[in-house]
Design a protein around this ligand. Structure first.
Ligand code: ADP
Length: 627
């Protein structure tokens, strides 16, 4: 017998399970049956290429055996089983990537609904048992290396030793806590299976013993309906059944946000059942993690995370696809260039996008939850997938200058409906935060015209907006760009006149003072209150994006922007006068550089020379208050 110490995370998972699920103890049975069903799926899948595994072996079944005398509940399956090494690895460690970070988050929040994403699974046995013994024999294992027993009281250690098991599979003995003996009653087991595991495709059999004339007879009775739930007509499936299947597939304790269940007929026939979860899984952004839905072929599970049936930008969707038109021995490579699969993918994508449309229309509150959680992933689709761009653009939601709070978002349709007379474009600005954008000089001319402006703060937004390009016949225009053309107002005409009057000298002084820092200097009509602003030359990257990219460790050259002066601003007018009189007035350089530095701050960029800025400002202050 070898004694092992649990990996530290296991202890933390165990105590979390015990502390946060104490009022949900009965879920242990669903978790164990779910594991058993997975083990049977794995066996059936392996048997496609190794048919010998099934010969002369017991049928595929899950059995529940209540033993009142010993106070033990046995959950048994004839699935794939585990080798000695697998027992140690699977039941002694938490082998997920990102598990440390996730555990910390869990412990902080004590959030029952996200603990499920972690797959409490096997450890939930300790909700009802104070000792658990697992005897397992791996399918196809050699004689002499047959079965092993894993035992633990769920404290710090577990032991593993050789054991006996007649054939492949896993037997889990739960030594029930004194207050959990009711679990040995036939009715309570029937009730739990009906409530939580009715859809399991394999028979779940309950053992009963009858004593008549001094003879005890053991009987097994199937207590679940079975049959792949998704193959049944929709109107025969209750919401509860859907939800239990969702939990079985995803380990999510939360109810899903929405579902779509459909049968596709035509060239390729298949059934799809997909859900949108409420919460993002903790490792949604982990690129190593396979993402996708379960793929069944003729009701046999052939792939756990088949990412080939959904585009990357729908990777938050969960569920399954079951087709009769694919070969049972599919591999990921084969799927890459299967035209059947391409047809399936397209149909599934359409169904999920339809579902999102429906939620957006009928349940705006739910849609908002969805958008806040997964919106940024959907936006990727707009950038990479031209085919779906228009439908996805409709699904986007944005903050705008008309939002009364940070979380009031609008659709592009709403924006277009509200557009002002004479307004011919959808205006937006991008930047690090809503507050920064709300105060930014780029809005001034738009505000003066009463135009609404979308405030985009996600890193992907610049690309998303550029990819959308046009919506409802209206161009999306970045108000930070140099080439923004706004319909002229009377005020503009006056500015244009002003601009033609004697700014040449100031502009040429500024060009010299800012050499190497900006691409061009000119006067412009976009400003009302601010004296100056930096704008993006055509095709240039916004400063905040440069920052994001730099933070990710990549080099980007500092893009040069154009520097625009407000010819209607008193300070600028005065500077123009000074420059006209004496272009080499020593004060000019400092003034211009301070205006430039202010514009850097307004766009959210760091100052190139903060000490210099402070000195220049102090000197200006000193002059202003007088010596
Ligand atoms: P999860 O099911 O989320 O992976 P569990 O803690 O429930 O987490 O189980 C850990 C692993 O132990 C499983 O992934 C599986 O490999 C193995 N396992 C659990 N129960 C069984 C079983 N009845 N038969 C075979 N393997 C099992």
């Amino acid at each position: 017998m070898t004694e092992h110490t649990f990996q530290a995370e296991v202890g933390r998972v165990l105590s979390l399970v015990i502390n946060s699920l104490y009022s949900n103890k009965e879920i242990f049975l669903r978790e164990l049956i779910s594991n058993a069903s997975d083990a049977l799926d794995k066996l059936r899948f392996r048997a496609i290429t190794e048919p010998k595994l099934l010969e002369g072996e017991p049928e595929l079944v899950v059995r529940l055996r209540p033993d009142k005398e010993r106070g033990v509940l046995v959950v048994e399956d004839t699935g794939i089983g585990m080798t000695e090494a697998e027992l140690v690895e699977n039941l002694g460690t938490v082998a997920r990537s990102g598990s440390q970070a996730f555990l910390a988050k869990l412990e902080e929040k004590k959030n029952v609904s996200i603990i499920g994403q972690f797959g409490v699974g096997f450890y939930s046995a300790y909700l009802v048992a104070d000792r658990v013994e697992v005897v397992s024999r791996a399918a196809g294992s050699a004689d002499g290396d047959r079965a092993f027993r894993w035992t633990s009281n769920g404290k710090d250690t577990f032991t593993v030793e050789p054991a006996e098991r007649a054939s492949r599979g896993t037997t889990i003995e739960l030594h029930l806590k004194p207050d959990q003996k009711q679990l040995l009653d036939q009715w309570s087991l029937r009730d739990l299976v009906r409530r939580y595991s009715d859809y399991i495709a394999y028979p779940i059999e309950l053992e009963s013993k009858e004593t008549a004339n001094g003879k005890t007879e053991t009987k097994f009775e199937r207590i679940n309906k079975g049959a792949a739930l998704w193959q049944r007509p929709k109107n025969e499936i209750t919401d509860e059944q859907y939800e239990e299947l969702y939990r079985h597939l995803t380990h999510d304790f939360d109810a899903p946000l929405a579902r779509t269940h459909f049968r596709a007929e035509g060239n390729v026939e298949f059934v799809g059942l997909l859900w949108i979860p409420k919460q993002a899984p903790f490792d949604l952004d982990d690129p190593r993690k396979q993402r996708g839905v379960r793929l069944f072929v003729k009701r046999v599970l052939v792939m756990d995370d088949c990412d080939a049936v959904l585009p990357q930008w729908l990777r938050f969707a969960r569920g399954l696809v079951d087709s009769d038109d694919l070969p049972l021995n599919v591999s990921r490579e084969l799927l890459q260039d299967s035209s059947t699969l391409r047809t399936i993918k397209k149909a599934v994508t359409r169904k999920v996008v339809d579902l999102l449309d429906e939620v957006a229309k009928d349940k705006p509150e739910d849609y908002k939850t969805f958008w806040t959680t997964f919106g940024r992933i959907l936006k990727e689709g707009i950038v990479v997938d031209g085919e779906w761009k228009e439908r996805l653009a409709k699904l986007t939601r944005w903050a705008s200058t008309s939002s009364s709070s940070a979380d009031e978002l609008f659709s592009l349709e709403q924006y277009v409906e509200r557009m002002k007379e004479g307004q011919d474009a959808i205006y937006y600005v991008t930047g690090e935060s809503r507050d920064l954008l709300l105060g930014s000089p780029y809005l001034e001319a738009l505000k003066a015209r009463g135009y609404e402006v979308l405030l985009m703060t996600d890193a992907v937004d610049t690309w998303t907006a550029e990819a959308i390009g046009e919506f409802g016949g209206k161009k999306l225009v970045n108000a930070m760009r140099a080439d923004v053309k706004l319909p002229e107002t009377d005020d503009d005409k006056k500015k244009a006149e002003d601009a033609s009057k004697g700014f040449e000298a100031l502009i040429s002084v500024a060009k010299k003072a800012l050499e190497g820092k900006v691409a061009d200097v000119r006067t412009s009509g976009r400003l009302v209150d601010s004296p100056a602003v930096l704008v993006l030359a055509h095709g240039a990257m916004p400063a905040h994006l440069e920052k994001v990219i730099r933070q990710s460790g990549k080099e980007v050259p500092r893009g040069k922007r154009d520097f625009e002066l407000n010819p209607a601003h008193d300070a600028v007018k005065r500077l123009a006068a000074i420059a006209a009189e004496n272009p080499s007035d020593p004060r000019l350089d400092d003034f211009i550089v301070v205006l430039y530095e202010q514009s850097l701050l307004a766009e959210g960029s760091p100052l190139e020379d903060p000490n210099g800025f402070a000195k220049r400002l102090t000197s200006l202050l000193t002059q202003a208050v007088g010596r």
